[in-house]
Design a protein around this ligand. Structure first.
Ligand SMILES: [Zn+2]
Length: 169
């Protein structure tokens, strides 16, 4: 038996078999997805299901499991990645520069996406500092220097000094 159900915005139809999800009313395991809807933030998928036995309908939600990113600090201790902390550090570095809040948000969002798509959930704080520095460098030299000086113990010191000298010239 083949069932059809709506996917996403309703423009696509996909063939699929019955889904095994136990009916909360009668315990039947053969149920059919009758409607699938993405949430606006694309973080949740809501499915309306119908039991093939008692025909009652119920809803299931599908969410991405939040992957915890672990930051390895210089001394080897580990702590959870803190988006707000990083964001605030960048905001401080960008005071009185041309870098907008939107650009800072984008840096943090892009960085977080890069980190979450990496093979390992653990990342050295040094690496995070370098990635943010590289992004700021493209936007504003002052912000880049300030951020790098905060994180300078993470950045190659020679590169940093070279950069300062180059900017002073
Ligand atoms: Zn049922």
């Amino acid at each position: 038996m083949v069932y059809f159900y709506k996917l996403g915005l309703g423009s696509t139809f996909k063939k699929c078999g019955p889904r095994n999800m136990k009916c909360p009313y009668c315990g039947e395991t053969q149920t059919e997805v009758v409607e699938t809807r993405d949430s606006e933030d694309l973080e949740t998928i809501r499915r309306r299901r119908a039991c093939l036995k008692c025909e009652k309908r119920f809803t299931t939600y599908e969410r991405v499991e939040n992957v915890n990113l672990i930051v390895i600090k210089k001394d080897g201790r580990r702590e959870q990645f803190n988006r707000e902390k990083l964001r605030n550090g960048i905001i401080r570095s960008c005071e009185k520069t041309t870098v907008s809040i939107d650009e800072i948000e984008k840096i943090v969002t892009d960085l977080e996406r890069e980190l979450r798509s990496a093979d390992s959930v653990e990342i050295e704080s040094k690496k995070i500092g370098q990635l943010v520095s590289a992004k700021l460098k493209k936007l504003d030299k002052v912000a880049y220097i300030r951020f790098s000086s905060v994180f300078k113990r993470f950045v190659d010191v020679e590169d940093f000094e070279k950069e300062v000298k180059r900017l002073i010239k």
